[in-house]
Design a protein around this ligand. Sequence first.
Ligand SMILES: *[C@@H]1O[C@H](CO)[C@@H](O)[C@H](O)[C@H]1NC(C)=O
Ligand SMILES: *[C@@H]1O[C@H](CO)[C@@H](O)[C@H](O)[C@H]1NC(C)=O
Length: 529
Amino acid sequence: MPSSLSHPPTLLLLLLLLLFGITTTTTTTTHAFDIKYSTIDQIQQAFQNNHLTSRQLVQYYLDRIQALNPLLRAVIEINPDALDQADNADSERQTAQQRQLGGLHGIPILLKDSIGTKDRLNTTAGSLALLGSVVPRDAGVVEKLRQSGAVILGKASLTEWANFRSRGAPNGWCARSGQGRNPYVLTADTCSSSSGSAIAAAADLATVTLGTETDGSIICPSAMNSVVGIKPTVGLTSRSGVILISSRQDTIGPICRTVSDAVHVLDAIVGYDPRDAEATRDASGYVPVGGYRQFLRVSGLEGKRLGILRKGFFDAYPEGSIQALTFKQHFITLREKGAILVDDLEIANASTIVDFMNNGEFLVLPAEFKQSLNEYLSELIYSPVRSLTDIIDFNNKHKREERMEEIGQSILLLAESTKGIGPVEERAIDRMNQLSMQGLEKLMKENKLDGIVTPGAKIVSVLGIGGYPGISVPAGYASDGVPFGICFAGLKGSEPTLIELAYAFEQATNVRVPPSFKPSFMSVLADSL
Ligand SMILES: *[C@@H]1O[C@H](CO)[C@@H](O)[C@H](O)[C@H]1NC(C)=O
Ligand SMILES: *[C@@H]1O[C@H](CO)[C@@H](O)[C@H](O)[C@H]1NC(C)=O
């Protein structure tokens, strides 16, 4: 654990001050502006009115991370240069015209630890094996974030190796920072693998965060931690400089507290990147002139045809459960806001598609992972490990720190045994494409749908194997207080429509409430300090 995240018991006082909103030195100088859970628009307004500086904002998150992270474990590292970057942003704001400033100017962001940054931060996918490695350059999305003026606050935790180390690895755990926890219900699942990003967004440890998704890694933790996640069409955002599982499936996207914040981040990171040329060239045609913010329309549901998937999706919740009752109410709201619900639809071969062992992913992802990981490692300026073989050896030599007895590394070993994309993998990829064509493509076209609506993370394999986008929005809280989400999804490039749907739904329902940090939380936290 880096010293910047150490936590002497005296911090309990600071924590109490923070959680109960008692004014601290951070906030006394901010006049009327209350930073807590603020949005990008509110922050930009406060910057303009001189009610807030970027430095104060960064300091607020640093204090909050110091207080809450010992328990939540959402942050692996803090950027030692974050305050300097904030100072730069503050002085730029004094001299520049507002229109010259990027959309995320002075806004602190946490990045999943698989996203490379060329600065003093490590990039490790949560593994001790990559600690100290030096990347050749910023990841493509980080370059764009810096151009947009964002302050890189630090690295968020994840399920180690984006949950591609072994079957049954604990969600939210990585050797670098330990067990991430759901801020709503500490014992609840954080889901995987962009867990730290979702926890941090939920608990207000940064204004916004970035995650990555191969099959569910943005949508699922967003749903479980009551935040908004956008999984963009594959290629809409560059994957260069990111530790990937699959260049065919992986995509980088925002995890934030509101749809609007997520869309601000999306606007900053989309577009062509010569280092991920093929995918980003194809997808850059989807980026609308004027960006995505224009689709934040409260009337966005009017006249939209939405497919409702019941069998295996909404039907999975027992009748009378809070989830079933809540979704029923949401359907009424969607109709009231002008949507046409096309009910009881089924995706052909859905049960095959949602089965990781059967849909082709299990055959292909290990080979793709080995290829992309070895390529990533070969480009590092310095690294203690240079191949998947080295990483496997590292884990064997660090059994205790990497919890090898319990967790093992069965998927890494499986990946190691692969020999590139051969006929078997090609056939599996063809079949995945067929499943997508006969599945979501056909359903959407035959029913002239603008989008489909599904609960939680149940749709993620459909989106994963097809490269399709989805947006998860908070939908409710189960009887035990654990959050659940609703997902709006569609065909490639349908982000403008999905943003309309997600935003209009969010504005109509206003479901998200911040974690309450109940007394039980406080006592667990006190014990952990
Ligand atoms: C990165 O890792 C090194 C250990 O190799 C550590 O000394 C350094 O503090 C880490 N960087 C940050 C910003 O925590
Ligand atoms: C999907 O299901 C249909 C009918 O059950 C079957 O004929 C078809 O081969 C399946 N598609 C794939 C790609 O498995």
